[in-house]
Design a protein around this ligand. Structure first.
Ligand code: F6P
Length: 328
């Protein structure tokens, strides 16, 4: 059967927002314009697909957004799209509005939705990895990760100043429900004594050993960066058990939270998002579907969506060793 020529592409952002999503939308819209394809923005993720909240987008509609955090299309985690009924409504909207294919910008939940929708109704799609967590297989970096790292490092640098002045120990929580990439990178870049991440199963004794090491080195203030998904406990739990063991320590907790999700995207995120938004449209034009566009070893690549969803980027063991050596 001959492949249907793609004339109209719907673009949506779904799941947790990430700085650089706007740059990806801009790139997708402008690449569509370049190839004479109509671009349609779908508002509020899959909810907008179900409810037919569509806006036609041309190159001027995406002006001056490359430097903006968040997503002009808004994002949501649609409960309705997880139901057959919801997806049926969405396919009716696609037919009614002659949407031939989708670009879905988000994380693995976003890709799972698009995959099920494709399996049921055959609407081609390409995923674009947009999440600050960097936990998507098939790309070296996800959109938003670099910006979130920089936000976290800037905040920890400030915490460092006050920690040093008062000889304090700080537990700083960064985002990463299931992944420790931000904690690892921000920890290295801010000179943390140690990091606690879900991928590295630490015991409380491992944590205490870090403090012993710090004492031996003559350190008077310390920072431990903790991913929110660390299994040993929250920053508050860790602070409590540490205080019991070391009552002489002056311990503080800082939760960086959603500031990591916003802000002006870094140059690296803008370039990555531009490449991936362009790559998604190019892929669809060439008949690709059920894949995620990514950048690996500085090359645009496409990974089967099953792999992008199921597999996970591994934490680099060398970086774990590095933080241990450098925090002497
Ligand atoms: O997926 C990115 C992420 O930032 C996670 O690290 C975090 O746990 C989650 O989103 C929080 O998302 P929300 O506040 O939107 O529920």
């Amino acid at each position: 059967m001959e492949k249907k020529k793609i004339k109209k592409i719907g673009i949506l952002t779904s799941g947790g927002d990430a700085p650089g999503m706007n740059a990806a939308i801009r790139a997708a819209v402008r690449t569509c314009a370049h190839f004479g394809i109509e671009a349609v923005g779908i508002l509020e993720g899959y909810d907008g697909l179900i409810n037919g909240e569509f806006i036609t987008m041309g190159p001027r509609d995406v002006k001056h957004i490359i430097n903006q955090g968040g997503t002009i299309l808004k994002s949501a985690r649609s409960k309705e799209f997880r139901t057959e009924e919801g997806r049926k409504k969405a396919t009716v909207q696609c037919k009614k509005n002659q949407i031939d294919a989708l670009v879905t910008i988000g994380g693995d939940g976003t890709f799972t939705g698009a995959k099920v929708f494709f399996e049921e109704y055959g609407i081609p799609f390409i995923g674009v990895p947009g999440t600050i967590d960097n936990d998507i297989f098939g790309t070296d970096f996800t959109i938003g990760f670099d910006t979130a790292n920089n936000t976290a490092v800037e905040a920890i640098d400030k915490i460092r100043d006050t920690a040093t002045s008062h000889n304090r120990l700080f537990f700083v929580e960064v985002m990463g429900r299931d992944a420790g990439f931000i904690a690892l990178n921000a920890g290295i870049a801010s000179g943390a004594l140690g990091i606690m991440i879900p991928e590295k199963k630490d015991s409380i004794d491992d944590l205490f050993e870090l403090f012993e090491k710090a004492k031996r080195s003559g350190k008077t203030s310390n920072i431990i960066v903790v991913a929110e998904g660390d299994e040993l406990g929250s920053v508050y739990d860790l602070a409590k058990v540490t205080k019991m063991k070391y009552p002489e320590y002056d311990i503080k907790v800082a939760v960086l939270g959603h500031i990591q999700r916003g802000g002006t995207p870094t140059c690296a995120d803008r370039v990555l998002a531009s490449r991936l938004g362009y790559g998604a449209i190019l892929g669809l034009i060439h008949g690709k579907t059920n894949v995620m566009a990514g950048v690996q070893s500085n090359k645009l690549v496409y990974t089967k969506i099953e792999e992008a969803i199921k597999k996970h980027n591994e934490i680099d063991k060398e970086l774990l060793e590095l933080i241990e050596i450098l925090s002497i």
